[in-house]
Design a protein around this ligand. Structure first.
Ligand SMILES: Cc1ncc(COP(=O)(O)O)c(C=O)c1O
Length: 430
């Protein structure tokens, strides 16, 4: 199917990128479980390696099943192209890789998934890259943190774990003025709830492990390129604007225009970093995308009911769901994610750390796991798990204080989930 604005989201989430298999007529996208693809002849092989013709060479770079998923996610996000990779964390490195070099930095939000805080504050230092953490609600602080060596700003549309919403338009205006890209992690929102490119994002990254797959089966990631950034406007992005020594002097932006970042991601990123998505994972995620809008509507409906119930409960101190009228982020929902604030939030249990531990042990329907975005309801005590490597100050800044638990509300019966929380809160209070 050719994609286009004439089709609605529900149609595109099933059809974008896919067409009946030309060899067999198979209606569902086959899992092309093949490492390599036969060249028609030597000239064909040379054209593929020269990027003069688009096709399949070797599955570390491109694979037909993965390509369908790339096109589908790019279409749902309104991007020009996308590169899938092995995990959400791989996608974050893949997004930064063409932009960064030793001595350069990225300005990132303090409200990020704990693993991302560790990746940015510790691990990227090994590449000689730096991250400056700032409260993205403080726009002056974001502006002040950007210097001549900054090559991107990075935030989550709906932040894990707190469910806080970033004012993407305001951050994009700052990034535009500094002539650097805004990268948005859209994992918790998905393109059904939020389309960051419409709010000025240059790149959108995903952990496809979560809602896009939606059933907790495979890890994966994706970088979507808006295709709108002028990489040649200044000399900040030589990998894209200047002859790239890692690809015999090819100028990616001059050659591929709006697809420069996508081609670079495949030809250099996947080729040399090797963080490839396998076709089985792409298959599971393609199955997931087919029902994305239906699931997200139900996640939101359930999350509102449960957050409202928790907010009124005496055993609970506070609830951070942005879909609650009491949330300081409530007004941003209509602007940034008009279909709802997602299914992810935290709540503080009276009795602190010990009560949180009792609560997670007592729940019967909610699973205590380090994941989110599953059809099943999930819970985790972030301070003792996902955010464990962070300092107390970083934990609080990220919304993962010791007295809070994070829930990822599933698509079960909301009344059953409330009953489960009710019995577990009673045990936690005893
Ligand atoms: C918002 C967000 N971004 C990125 C990641 C990393 O994704 P992955 O686990 O697929 O590497 C996660 C994982 O929980 C996440 O919640």
């Amino acid at each position: 199917m050719t994609d286009g604005p004439k089709y609605g989201f529900d149609t595109l989430q099933i059809h974008a990128g896919a067409r009946p298999d030309p060899a067999t007529g198979a209606r569902q996208t086959p899992i092309y479980q093949s490492t390599a693809f036969v060249f028609r002849d030597a000239e064909h092989a040379a054209a593929l390696f020269n990027l003069q013709e688009v096709g399949y060479i070797y599955s570390r770079l491109t694979n037909p099943t993965v390509a369908v998923l790339q096109e589908r996610i790019a279409t749902l996000e309104g991007g020009a192209g996308a590169v899938c990779c092995s995990s959400g964390h791989a996608a974050q490195i893949m997004a930064l890789f063409p932009l960064m070099a030793p001595g350069l930095n990225v300005v990132v939000s303090t409200r990020l998934y704990g693993g991302s805080v560790t990746q940015f504050s510790q691990t990227i230092k090994r590449f000689g890259w730096e991250a400056t953490f700032v409260d993205f609600d403080d726009l002056d602080a974001v502006k002040a943190a950007i210097d001549d060596n900054t090559r991107a700003v990075f935030c989550e549309a709906i932040a894990n774990p707190g469910g806080y919403i970033t004012d993407l338009d305001a951050i994009a205006a700052i990034a535009d003025a500094a002539e650097i890209p805004m990268i948005v992690d859209n994992t918790s929102a998905t393109p059904y709830l939020c389309r960051p490119i419409e709010h000025g994002a240059t790149l959108v990254v995903h952990s496809t492990t979560k809602y896009l797959t939606g059933n907790g089966t495979v890890t994966g990631g994706c970088v979507v390129d808006s295709g709108t950034f002028d990489w040649s406007a200044n000399d900040k992005f030589p990998s894209l604007s200047q002859p790239e020594p890692a690809y015999h002097g090819l100028k990616f932006h001059e050659t591929f225009g709006p697809l420069a970042f996508t081609f670079h991601g495949i030809a250099i990123g996947l080729r040399d970093l090797g963080m490839t998505m396998n076709p089985q994972a792409a298959h599971y995620t393609l199955m997931g995308t087919e029902t994305l809008s239906l699931r997200m509507d139900r996640h939101v409906e359930n999350a509102i009911k449960i957050a409202e119930w928790l907010e009124k409960d005496d055993r609970v101190d506070y609830v951070t769901y942005a879909g609650l009228k009491s949330s300081p982020y409530y007004d941003r929902v209509a602007k940034i994610c008009p279909r709802g604030a997602g299914g992810l939030f935290t709540f503080a249990v009276k009795g602190g750390y010990d009560a949180c531990v009792k609560l997670v042990n007592a729940l019967e329907i909610f699973s205590h796991v380090a994941n989110l975005g599953d059809a099943r309801s999930l819970i985790i005590h972030s301070a003792s798990t996902t955010h464990r490597q962070l300092t107390a100050e970083q934990q609080r800044a990220a919304g993962a204080a010791p007295e809070v638990v994070r829930v990822s509300i599933g698509i079960e019966d909301a009344d059953d989930l409330i009953a489960d929380l009710d019995q577990a809160l009673s045990k936690a209070a005893s």
